[in-house]
Design a protein around this ligand. Structure first.
Ligand code: URA
Length: 416
C-alpha cells in the first residue's frame, strides 16, 4: 500500500478501505507521509466527500492515534458536550457547573482558541491560579469528589486530528462535513465520555453558514456516535451575532459569573444553555422531561447552587475565588473606550466574524499556536440585534492595551 495510490483513488471518487485510512493516519502521524501528500488527500476528500463508512473509519483511526481516556473509575454516566464554535461563547463555563449542581457528572476537556475563535481553557486561565493541566488521576479524583472538573486536552488526545486540523487550516479545508465530523467525534471518543450532546452552530460566526448544512453535520456526528456506541443528541444554534454581550477572556468570565449569580442573563445565552443542559440532564438519566430540566436549571441559578458549584470547582483547581466574589479585582485593560452612536436607528446585524477578528487583533486570541494572549482586552456590547439606538447611545465599550484607532465603528461590525 502507498499514499500515491490512496490519493489517486480518492481523486477518482472511489471509496477508501479501512486499511487504507488506517495506513494514512498512522503513517502521517508518525511523519512518514509528507505534508504535501496529506494535503493532496485532504483536498481530494474535501472535493469528493466520503461515505458514512469512510467517515467512521477515519474517526476511529484518529481517536486511536493517541490515548483513549479511561473514565470507568468515575461513578455514574459521563455526559460530554461539544460546540462547533461561537463568538463570545462562554457556554461551557456557565453550563457545566450548572448541570453538575443538578447531579450530572462532568469530566470536561476543552481546547484553546486558535484564529479568531476563543477557547474555554484560555478563558478559565484568566482566573488567577486556575490550573487547567491536571494529571489524569487528579482530574478523575476531582470528578469523583465534587462531580466536576474542567481541564485542557492532554497532549496525546487524538494527535492525528491535531496534525490534520492544522494542515486543513493552512489549505482552506476546514469547512467540510466529513472532516469536521470526524475531527470532533475522534476527540469525543478519545476523551472517554459515555454520552454526548453536540451544539452545532450556523451563521456568519460559524463554520456552517446555513441551517441545512448544520443539520447535515449534526446528523453525521450522531451517526458516528451511534456506531461508536455513544448515545449522541444535538441542538442547532444560530451564530450570527456574538453570544451574550462580552467577547474577550476575563470579560467573558465576568459575564459568566454574573449569569451564574442570576444577576444578568442575556436571552440568547440563556436559551442556548437551557437547551443544551436539558439534553445533558436527560442523557445522564436524571429526567426525560426537557421543560422540567430547564426549570430545574433556572431554580439552581436562583438558589445559588450553580454558582456555589462553580466556586467549588475553581477552588479545587487552585483558582483564586476572591476574583469571582468581586469581579472588579480582574486586571483592567489600559485604555477603555466607549463607542457611541452618531445616529438613530435599529441594530440589524452584529457581525460575529468581524467583531471576533477585531478582538483577536486586540490580543485576546492567537493567530499562531505559540502566541501569548492578553486576558484583559475585548469588547462589551451594549446593544443586540433588534435593539433601537438613539444618537449618543452607547453601542459598545472597547478594552485595549494599545492606543485605539479613532474610527473603530466598522471594525465592530455593528450595522444599524
Ligand atoms: N472543531 C473541531 O474540533 N474540529 C473541526 O474540524 C472543526 C471544529
Amino acid at each position: 500500500m502507498n499514499i500515491i495510490e490512496i490519493i489517486e483513488k480518492k481523486k477518482n471518487s472511489k471509496e477508501l478501505t479501512k486499511q487504507e485510512i488506517d495506513f494514512f493516519i498512522t503513517e502521517y502521524t508518525n511523519g512518514n507521509i509528507t505534508d504535501y501528500q496529506a494535503a493532496a488527500l485532504i483536498m481530494a476528500i474535501y472535493l469528493n466527500g466520503m461515505t458514512d463508512k469512510e467517515i467512521t473509519d477515519l474517526t476511529l483511526a484518529m481517536a486511536n492515534s493517541g490515548d483513549i481516556l479511561d473514565l470507568s473509575s468515575i461513578n455514574g454516566i459521563i455526559v460530554d458536550k461539544h460546540s462547533t464554535g461561537g463568538v463570545g461563547d462562554k457556554v461551557s463555563i456557565i453550563l457545566l457547573p450548572l448541570v453538575s449542581s443538578l447531579g450530572v457528572k462532568v469530566a470536561k476537556m476543552s481546547g484553546r482558541g486558535l484564529g479568531f475563535t476563543g477557547g474555554t481553557v484560555d478563558k478559565l486561565e484568566s482566573i488567577p491560579g486556575y490550573k487547567t493541566n491536571l494529571t489524569e488521576e487528579e482530574f478523575i479524583n476531582n470528578v469523583n469528589e465534587i462531580g466536576i472538573s474542567m481541564i485542557s486536552q492532554t497532549v496525546n488526545l487524538a494527535p492525528a486530528d491535531k496534525k490534520i486540523y492544522a494542515l486543513r487550516d493552512s489549505i482552506s479545508c476546514v469547512d467540510s462535513i466529513p472532516l469536521i465530523s470526524s475531527s470532533i467525534m475522534s476527540k469525543k471518543i478519545a476523551s472517554g465520555a459515555d454520552k454526548i450532546v453536540l451544539e452545532v452552530t450556523y451563521g456568519r460566526g460559524a463554520f456552517m453558514k446555513n441551517i441545512e448544512d448544520a443539520t447535515k453535520l449534526a446528523k453525521q456526528m450522531v451517526r458516528i456516535g451511534e456506531l461508536a456506541n455513544k448515545e449522541t443528541e444535538y441542538v442547532l444554534t444560530e451564530m450570527n451575532q456574538p453570544l451574550g454581550y462580552a467577547i474577550g477572556n476575563s470579560l467573558e468570565i465576568i459575564e459568566a459569573v454574573q449569569f451564574l449569580k442570576g444577576k444578568k442573563m442575556p436571552e440568547d445565552l440563556k436559551n442556548v444553555i437551557l437547551e443544551i443542559g436539558s439534553h445533558m440532564i436527560k442523557l445522564a438519566g436524571i429526567s426525560d422531561d426537557l421543560e422540567k430540566n430547564k426549570e430545574a436549571m433556572l431554580d439552581n441559578i436562583a438558589n445559588g447552587k450553580a454558582y456555589q458549584k462553580f466556586l467549588q470547582m475553581v477552588q479545587k483547581q487552585g483558582g483564586d475565588i476572591t476574583y469571582l466574589e468581586d469581579t472588579d479585582k480582574f486586571e483592567k485593560a489600559k485604555f477603555i473606550q466607549e463607542i457611541k452612536s452618531d445616529k438613530d436607528g435599529k441594530v440589524k446585524e452584529i457581525q460575529a466574524d468581524i467583531i471576533a477578528k477585531f478582538v483577536c487583533e486586540l490580543g485576546a486570541g492567537r493567530t499562531k499556536k505559540e502566541d501569548n494572549i492578553d486576558m484583559s482586552v475585548g469588547v462589551i456590547l451594549n446593544k443586540k440585534v433588534g435593539d433601537t439606538v438613539k444618537k449618543g447611545d452607547l453601542l459598545a465599550t472597547v478594552y485595549s492595551n494599545s492606543i485605539l484607532l479613532k474610527d473603530i465603528n466598522q471594525l465592530l461590525g455593528i450595522v444599524y
